[in-house]
Design a binder for this molecule. Structure first.
Ligand code: NAD
Ligand code: UFG
Length: 337
């Protein structure tokens, strides 16, 4: 394999795991990241784990000159585009920063790709583009509706990519809508390293387990679900990373624009995840039911049929592996990188 993949946001949580899978599959990798939400240690760890070195460009996607220079210097065959801001709450406070970074950064990236004739891209979208779903499980052809600025940026980028594909048949674009990525590489060398107090469930749980945080607040137990807590489709980050390699292979068939959900199809409630974590790790998680968190949908889970049929990809790791690997990462790196 002598294909070179540019991984934007490669120092981040999902990007670093995808770099491992790419390098182990024989791809060459080039990473661009401005480290606004990550540390370069993740990249050193990827090199150590895989025994492969790669080029890292410390640059911002919003810097057009830097992007052009990157494409001039490196011979890129395809791009996996993770770089973006992702905190829903923050996006409601500083929406323009989200539009500038996510939409503006992506527009720059696509311009530079176009200029250098690189027209294969896999894009990180999110199941948040379905808004609060009325029908479950979620299929790719369901109506789209963003309910916060972060989701709007994902939706805007999806529309931008659709327009681009319609304008030029040379573009091959895979939009992947992730459900809830959790867990870490089983080696415990790389994992999720949120800045400050985590807002997502799994990193909050592991920080309670390690004693960094006192107890978990469960946001609401009066939803219309079997135990009253919200249901999500948690997916192991290694399964998710592998999904990108399947999408890349699919792009070689020149499919134009394709859209797939990446989830397991299995929903777990907040209480299920707590129990799953306690069973997988033997650690008990002190928790207390508090009021609902604004904006949470009662239940969100995937219909994984299309990704299996068209990409030949299916999630293999269950909730036990997700909890075990998240905990292994946290124990080996109590303060993150
Ligand atoms: P992350 O924050 O760990 O990684 C994103 C990386 O992009 C970071 O390393 C950050 O420094 C970099 N970055 C951000 N803006 C940049 C810019 N302008 N120029 C260069 N680098 C920049 O996030 P993640 O969890 O790995 O998510 C990756 C992608 O997947 C994001 O686009 C996110 O929106 C999407 N996604 C994530 C989740 C999730 O729950 N983690 C769910 C659905 C979709
Ligand atoms: N939860 C708690 N306590 C916490 C944190 C979360 O009870 O301290 C609950 C939430 O209320 C929700 C569930 O755990 O019911 C999952 O919450 P997360 O914050 O982990 O995940 P979300 O489903 O809210 O959203 C995440 C990302 C979004 C992304 C979405 C789908 O934050 O950006 O997954 O990928 F769009």
């Amino acid at each position: 394999m002598d294909k070179t993949i540019l991984v934007t946001g490669g120092a981040g949580y999902i990007g670093s795991h995808t770099c491992v899978e790419l390098l182990e599959a024989g791809y060459k990798v080039v990473v661009v990241d401005n480290l606004c939400n990550s540390k370069s240690d993740s990249l050193s760890r990827v090199e150590e784990m895989t025994g492969h070195n790669f080029q890292f460009h410390l640059a911002d996607l919003r810097d057009m000159a830097a992007m052009q220079l990157l494409f001039k210097r490196e011979k890129i065959d395809a791009v996996i585009h993770f770089a973006g801001l992702k905190a829903v709450g923050e996006s409601t406070e500083i929406p323009l920063a989200y539009y500038q970074n996510n939409v503006g950064g992506t527009a720059n990236l696509l311009e530079a790709m176009n200029e250098y004739g690189v027209k294969d891209i896999v894009f990180s979208s999110s199941c948040t583009v379905y808004g609060a779903p009325e029908t479950l499980p979620l299929r790719e052809d369901f109506p789209l509706q963003a309910v916060n600025p972060y989701g709007q940026t994902k939706l805007t980028i999806e529309y931008m990519l659709k327009d681009l594909a319609a304008s030029d048949a040379d573009w091959n674009i895979s939009i992947l809508r992730y459900f809830n990525p959790v867990g870490a590489h089983p080696s415990g060398e790389i994992g999720e390293d949120p800045l400050g107090i985590p807002s997502n469930l799994m990193p909050y749980i592991t920080q309670v387990a390690i004693g960094e945080l006192e107890e978990l607040s469960v946001f609401g137990d009066d939803y219309d679900t079997p135990d009253g807590t919200c249901i999500r489709d948690y997916i192991h980050v290694v399964d998710l990373a592998r999904g990108h390699l399947h999408a890349l292979s699919k792009l070689e068939e020149n499919p134009g624009l394709i859209i797939h959900n990446l989830g397991t199809g299995q929903g777990y409630s907040v209480l299920d995840v707590i129990k799953g974590f306690e069973t997988a790790t033997g650690k008990s998680i002190p928790h207390r039911i508090v009021g609902r968190r604004a904006g949470d949908a009662p239940a969100v889970y995937d219909d994984p049929t299309l990704a299996e049929k068209e990409l030949g990809w299916k999630a293999e790791l269950g909730i036990e592996a997700m909890c075990r690997d998240a905990w292994n990462w946290q124990q080996r790196n109590p303060k993150g990188y």
